[in-house]
Design a protein around this ligand. Structure first.
Ligand SMILES: [Zn+2]
Length: 443
């Protein structure tokens, strides 16, 4: 059994129930779990006769839970800076993303996944919800296992060919992207879960993931969630990802996408919806009521002009008790897999567009990329905070650098989060909505 001591950590962001920020702490890790967290002198005393296989100095270090990326496409990782900057959602998907995916074979996917893993781990993300592969799930699971990160992945599926496809699409591309119907798709999705879920000693999970929106039938939307429930896993897909999608839905069904999901019985607590930029007030209530989670990708919104700050209601979702997490979406969409950038955007965008400095305080932004991400992935019993008994997914920042020096507020320390005043609209309001004890205000 390996036993590691991280000794005398200068600042520890636990992201626990009380959002405790502690100083001069030590962490003991036995195998892959945290066995003790406490004041350095207390841990020193408690373990004084014990041998450690490794001792890591926490001097000039800030520790926080490994970040969770709640919406990511590992398959597109070799597509960084490949697409033009001037694209809206539909041409992005059909003229660029899908042709890229059709060109990604198992070798490219394997290498891309390894590189994505390195990038995530190097920037503090230890877990992600991958939308899944259109190739062999076993190949992706192998790459994730070797790269060393924690992941939910799957066999990405769609079953409805849009009426109009770009002229350059070949039959081979069409066959690569679309199952003949929802039954065949669900069969394959179920098989991938049965064969690969809980790989790498439980570090890799496999869900019933589908693409969502127009390339998926109502039967596949509702069927994926029901199958996920039957198999004891989750599902995720894109929905309400642009105002154009909402308008098409209104025209076709007389209602916006989230209302449509409610109508067909597709909402549930084992579902993570990606983007959800086009949403009406009453639809936020549907999500809260069903326990459905949302993965907001700020970088994608900026790049593809989705209108997160113009029409998005992400702070309102948090207030209503919806579990909101953040995602990079992919290297093509966000330019990097660095969740710190998404956290920074989340902590700043709504302050600016609503001209309200109390929107999304730093402590809340941090929760969104840690414990709320873990909840979205149905994994918060094991990850998302630094507490005894949880998996040792811990990130250490070196504070002995010019960028992170003069640390007076640890949450703002990583140089990204800026303003942390917590009065009118801070975590207190958020905590009240979530039934949690109030976070203390620094004044
Ligand atoms: Zn996506």
């Amino acid at each position: 059994m390996s036993k590691i001591l991280i000794r005398g950590i200068e600042a520890l962001l636990t992201v626990n129930h009380d959002n405790a920020v502690l100083t001069d702490q030590s962490i003991v890790v036995e195998d892959d779990r945290i066995s003790a967290v406490g004041p350095a002198d207390q841990i020193e005393q408690q373990y004084k006769d014990q041998e450690f296989s490794k001792v890591i100095s926490g001097s000039h270090r800030l520790a926080m839970p490994g970040m969770v990326d709640a919406h990511l496409h590992l398959s597109e990782h070799l597509g960084r800076a490949l697409f033009p900057d001037q694209l809206s959602t539909r041409p992005w998907v059909f003229n660029w993303a899908k042709p890229l995916y059709a060109a990604v074979d198992t070798e490219a996917e394997y290498i891309g996944t390894l590189l994505a893993g390195i990038e995530m781990i190097k920037t503090g993300t230890t877990c992600c919800l991958d939308m899944g592969t259109q190739n062999d799930v076993g190949n992706t699971v192998k790459a994730i296992t070797e790269a060393g990160f924690r992941c939910v992945t799957g066999r990405h599926a769609a079953d409805v060919k849009p009426a109009k496809l770009p002229a350059h699409w070949t039959q081979e591309m069409i066959d690569h992207h679309f199952f003949p119907n929802h039954e065949v798709a669900l069969e394959e999705l179920g098989r991938s879960v049965r064969e690969h879920n809980n790989s790498a000693d439980g570090r890799v999970r496999v869900w019933v993931n589908i693409e969502g929106k127009e390339p998926c039938s109502p039967e596949l939307h509702a069927g994926s969630r029901a199958l996920a429930e039957e198999l004891g896993v989750g599902t995720t897909y894109h929905i309400a990802s642009s105002i154009e999608e909402a308008r098409v839905s209104e025209e076709k069904y007389g209602m916006w996408p989230v209302s449509r999901l409610k109508e067909i019985g597709a909402l549930g607590s084992n579902l993570v919806l990606a983007h959800v930029v086009a949403i009406r007030d009453e639809e936020i209530g549907y999500l809260a009521e069903a326990g459905t989670k949302v993965a907001f990708c700020p970088g994608t919104s900026l790049k593809i002009a989705k209108g997160a700050t113009k029409i998005g209601k992400y702070p309102e979702m948090i207030d209503a008790g919806v579990t909101l997490a953040l995602g990079c979406d992919g290297s093509a969409a966000a330019g990097s897999l660095n969740q710190m950038q998404q956290m920074y955007l989340m902590a700043g965008l709504f302050k600016d567009c609503r001209m309200d400095p109390f929107q999304v305080p730093a402590e809340l932004a941090l929760r969104l990329v840690t414990i709320e991400g873990a909840k979205a992935l149905l994994w918060d019993d094991e990850i998302g905070s630094i507490e005894a008994g949880k998996k040792a997914d811990i990130v250490l920042f070196n504070l002995n650098t010019p960028r992170l020096g003069a640390l007076s507020r640890p949450h703002s320390g990583p140089g990204l989060l800026g303003h942390t005043r917590l009065r009118r609209h801070g975590p207190d309001r958020w905590a009240a909505a979530h039934g949690r004890p109030q976070a203390s205000a620094p004044g």
